[in-house]
Design a protein around this ligand. Structure first.
Ligand code: NAD
Ligand code: MG
Length: 333
């Protein structure tokens, strides 16, 4: 069983008088910086000059420093840049500022686990990884809640690494939901597997396939959209509150029976074999190599996939319908 830490288990005073630098003001950065500040901690922000993140950070009342300057000022340096740019920024502007006993932090273990960032021996290295996107890390905190976080210690030079990481986790609101102890290896591998097999990969592909099959069979695209995309949120909300049992309790008996008997025909032994293969590629580092190579050549595969989705009937239908439903607070990218 995992060890969980909650607010009562955390000593926030270890961060008294210390400065936290948030490097990057994107999805996670804006949430960590604001939550930590609202929790009473001293925060400085660094992000690309002139970018959208810098403008937003200034709007939120932070003065935006250069990365080197922020890392020099801080006792705790949290890197919240895209995983594929962290190593270069680290080498150039963070490493030179990492004097003895500082703490370097990550929200995902990718660069440490796959050896892209090598750290000096005389600092602490820890992770606080929220199990949710940044906008939720912020909105749950504002509501008085929090998003559960994984934490891990890669290096404990000061002897206080765990206390400091837990206090940081409290500052972002994670201790309200639970801070769960893990390792950089376990966090990295499970995070990648979760997003590939289910959260970003598996679920999207189920929706795409079911939508296309309905449309191919002459059903109206709007109905197909409501059925497999819009309603998915309602089902996931039931999972979130009460697991599979509450979902099955809330849907009709017909839906429950159809789900139990047909679901395993969609996700079957061959899907499970594919999942095992995907996990293997994460564990042996071949996914990480492939992704870093894709970044090196300016992401041609990713660009093509984005364009394919943008033009798909699922997405064009969805955009049109969401514009008519302001209550869903439609977003366009
Ligand atoms: P993001 O892409 O939303 O934001 C990155 C920030 O870095 C932006 O402010 C961007 O302007 C800035 N930036 C980009 N390139 C830069 C460069 N070359 N130099 C300086 N600044 C640059 O990133 P994110 O999704 O918040 O991810 C940050 C970290 O958090 C990653 O390690 C990620 O794995 C982890 N994480 C993300 C999520 C999530 O849901 N987004 C959840 C948990 C953990
Ligand atoms: Mg994740």
């Amino acid at each position: 069983m995992a060890t969980m830490y909650y607010e009562k288990d955390v000593d926030r005073s270890v961060l008294d008088g210390k400065t936290i630098a948030i490097i990057g003001y994107g999805s996670q950065g804006h949430a960590h910086a604001q939550n930590l500040r609202d929790s009473g901690f001293q925060v400085v922000v660094a992000t690309r000059a002139g970018g959208a993140g810098a403008r937003l950070a200034e709007e939120h009342g932070f003065s935006v420093l250069a990365t080197r300057e922020a890392a020099e000022k801080a006792d705790v340096v949290m890197i919240l840049l895209p995983d594929q740019v962290q190593a270069a920024v680290y080498e150039q502007d963070i490493l030179p500022a990492l004097t003895e006993k500082k703490m370097l932090m990550f929200a995902h273990g990718f660069n440490i686990h796959y050896g892209q960032i090598a750290v000096p021996e005389n600092i602490d290295v820890a992770m606080i990884a929220p199990k949710g996107p940044g906008h939720l890390v912020r909105s749950e905190y504002v509501k008085g809640g929090g998003v559960p976080c994984l934490f891990a210690i890669h290096q404990n030079y000061s002897g206080d690494a765990q206390k400091i990481a837990l206090a940081y986790g409290l500052g972002v609101g994670g201790a309200r939901a639970g801070l769960l102890e893990t390792s950089f290896k376990e966090e990295t591998e499970t995070d990648l597997f979760g997003e590939q097999a289910v959260l970003c990969g598996g679920v999207s592909e189920l929706v795409r396939s079911a939508f296309d099959i309905m449309v191919e069979n002459g059903y109206q695209p709007e109905i197909a959209y409501f059925e497999v995309m819009h309603e998915l949120k309602l089902i996931v909300d039931l999972f979130y509150q009460g697991g599979l049992a509450y979902m099955n309790h809330s849907v009709s008996d017909t839906a429950e029976y159809g789900g139990h008997t047909r679901g395993p025909r969609v996700v079957n032994d061959s899907s499970r074999d594919a999942m095992r293969e995907i996990l293997g590629e994460i564990q042996n580092g071949s996914f990480a190599r492939e992704w870093l190579m894709e970044c090196l050549v300016k992401m041609p595969v990713l660009q093509k996939m984005r364009e394919r989705d943008r033009q798909s009937q699922l997405e064009t239908t969805g955009r049109k319908l969401r514009r008519m439903m302001p209550f869903v607070e439609p977003k366009e990218v």
